[in-house]
Write a protein that binds this ligand. Structure first.
Ligand code: GRG
Length: 299
């Protein structure tokens, strides 16, 4: 955890909460087929900052939802995230050997099992959501399944990854870079915020718009910080290979803006996130803390 930012007790408690819920949602590694279930548990449990789960709990709290109702959304979003990391690390994509401070899934469990583990985590996420108790009925396109499916698919994270792969070694404008990251990283972060809020009372249009602006700002801030840490961090502090973007000739906020301006951009996005929450009062406390943490994180 980041020594520069006090990680609130609330966040620790929620991170532990989702860890337990993930452990219960995943098949035991003694269950057939054991190698697949072992690979799934290896990649999901024991580490990870759980930022997406925390965002879901925090926006759930804003909408007055019980943490027990948000658990399903928090688990689902972390399962999709874990699947994306496994597939991203595969030799056909980023070809990485270190993730969350340990060998990547395909190094530890073999390429075929890693591919299947990612697939199975993705479908498990949706299975978990089918069991989510909702506090009130939603229209189909507000359903948690629709929110997560759109954010994960070709119009969201998978689409962003396709754009990323297509542009390795190419120059991108700042707008093109932001569009790519809004999909690749931002869509799932946005979904986490929306999924949590969907567990509580219905927000009016202005409130939903404000929450969308918050999610867009923290999603982008998360990515700009990731680019800064890729330059300033170490494999030890990050738990993953550092300096990869430069190695692969990937356009980043740092290559486009320079380190100083990239850091200023993070501060602007944090301010935007705070401003978007002004109308909510004390209910937005956890979302505000998370925006701070995302902007100041060191891993
Ligand atoms: C394979 C469909 C598919 C998508 C992959 C998310 C992603 C798309 C790739 C990950 C590559 C990457 C390093 C993106 C930058 C931002 C990011 C998602 C970092 C990892 O998320 P953290 O820092 O990870 O929240 P932990 O381990 O803490 O959960």
């Amino acid at each position: 955890m980041n020594p520069d930012v006090a990680w609130p007790i609330w966040s620790r408690e929620r991170a532990q909460r989702v860890e337990g819920a993930l452990a219960r949602a995943l098949p035991e590694s003694t269950e057939l087929p054991q190698p697949l279930h072992a690979a799934m548990r290896y990649s999901v449990l024991g580490s990870g900052k759980r930022v997406r789960a925390l965002l879901a709990y925090a926006s759930g709290e804003l909408a007055g939802a019980d943490a027990a109702v948000v658990d399903h959304a928090a688990v689902a979003v972390e399962l999709i995230h874990a699947y994306s990391l496994i597939h991203d690390d595969l030799p056909c994509m980023d070809d990485d050997v270190l993730r969350r401070g340990k060998p990547t899934c395909h190094i530890a469990h073999g390429e075929a099992m890693a591919l299947l583990a990612g697939d199975a985590l993705q479908t498990l996420a949706f299975e978990v959501l089918t069991k989510a108790p909702l506090s009130h009925p939603k229209t189909p396109d507000e359903s948690q399944i629709a929110i997560l499916a759109t954010a994960s698919g070709s119009r969201g994270m998978a689409g962003g990854q396709a754009l990323d792969l297509a542009h390795v070694g190419e120059a991108l404008s700042l707008n093109e870079l932001e569009r790519m990251h809004a999909l690749k990283t931002g869509a799932l972060i946005h979904a986490a915020v929306r999924l949590g809020a969907a567990c509580g009372r219905t927000l009016d249009q202005a409130q939903a718009g404000a929450l969308d602006r918050y999610a867009a700002a923290v999603g982008l801030a998360f990515q700009v910080v990731d680019d800064v840490l890729d330059v300033e961090g170490t494999a030890e502090s990050l738990g993953k290979t550092a300096g990869k973007d430069a190695m692969q000739g990937k356009p980043t906020y740092v290559t486009l803006l320079g380190l100083g301006r990239a850091k200023e951009r993070v501060a602007e996005l944090r301010d935007e996130a705070h401003t978007s929450l002004l109308g909510f009062g004390a209910g937005a406390r956890r979302l505000k803390e998370l925006a701070d943490w995302i902007a100041l994180r060191k891993n």
